[in-house]
Ligand binder design. Structure first.
Ligand code: B1M
Length: 232
């Protein structure tokens, strides 16, 4: 072992989170997994680890990617390290034992392969008692329609991270309208480049800024839907 090797378990919480930011930046999956396990042992909630250590670290990666300091291969490594940490937290977040409150189909739109945010939303929704069917990335409208038909969810969730792919959400909603099924589902959209105005403009029921907002919005809208008298 090199003299200057950092022993994660010897760091206090603040130092450890700072070190995890660095390790995420460097794409060190094993170190991220170790950091997550240490924070769990210290009594951190899975949600705090997710938001403060993992998402916090990814924000730094995102800023340097934008500024041309990091490139795709490095960001892929960082994403892989993040997924390692999320993999440990997923069953813990889903462990709340909450009764099923509704069902959601979620997927990233056509042309877009970003899936970390979508996966996080899925995890948090499962943790809140929703059944989630994740149809993955790069989904054409046919894939969404097929999943709606087969799964009959309460909610359709769509994710887009690129300004070039976010308009595809409107293609999906417009096709649902053409087929007369738009009002059968609650449509929630999210992703870094979106905002509320965009959500309204494309005809979604709501734009969700983050996973926590997605859970709250889903709960409210599903409760409202179930309390509505059936249409005649
Ligand atoms: Co991409 N990428 N990327 N990338 N990438 C962005 C999005 C970018 C903003 C980076 C930048 O320039 N600063 C930029 C987009 C610019 C723009 O369109 N305006 C960008 C670009 C340009 C690209 C490529 C074109 C780069 C290239 O090839 N030259 C390319 C496109 C590939 C494609 O999709 N066709 C590309 C590729 C990649 C990687 C493959 C390297 C990797 C993705 C790996 C993966 O996902 N498996 C990657 C990553 C990691 C990013 C950044 C750095 C991080 C995204 C992320 O995971 N954030 C990102 C920079 C950034 O966003 N700051 C960037 C963490 C995640 C937890 O947040 O996804 O926002 P987020 O999700 C949040 C909310 O948005 C919301 O809740 C989540 C949790 O709180 N939410 C929802 C998201 N989806 C929701 C759905 C819902 C509800 C809420 O439904 C109900």
């Amino acid at each position: 072992m090199a003299d200057d090797e950092i022993i994660l378990s010897e760091l206090d919480d603040e130092e450890l989170v700072a070190q995890m930011f660095d390790d995420l930046y460097d794409g060190l999956k094993e170190e991220i997994e170790e950091g997550v396990n240490i924070l769990l042992e210290r009594g951190w909630t899975p949600y705090d680890i997710l938001t403060k250590a993992l998402v916090g670290g990814m924000t730094v990666v995102g800023a340097d990617f934008r500024d041309g300091i990091l490139f795709v291969p490095e960001v892929l490594l960082a994403a892989n390290a993040m997924k390692g940490g999320m993999h440990i937290l997923k069953p813990l977040l889903a462990e709340t034992g909450a009764p099923r409150v509704g069902k959601m189909v979620i997927g990233t739109v056509k042309g877009d392969i970003h899936d970390i945010g979508k996966n996080l939303v899925s995890m948090m929704m499962e943790g809140a008692g929703f059944e989630v069917v994740d149809i993955g990335i790069n989904n054409a409208v046919e894939k969404y329609l097929e999943a709606l038909e087969t799964e009959k969810p309460d909610i359709l969730g769509m994710s887009a991270l690129l300004t070039t792919t976010m308009p595809y959400m409107k293609v999906v909603i417009d096709t649902m309208k053409e087929k007369g099924i738009r009002d059968d589902f609650i449509v929630l959209v999210g992703g870094a480049p979106l905002n509320e105005e965009f959500g309204r403009a494309i005809g979604a029921d709501a734009y969700c800024r983050d996973a926590a907002v997605a859970v709250e919005t889903a709960k409210t809208l599903v409760a409202r839907k179930h309390n509505q008298p059936a249409a005649h």
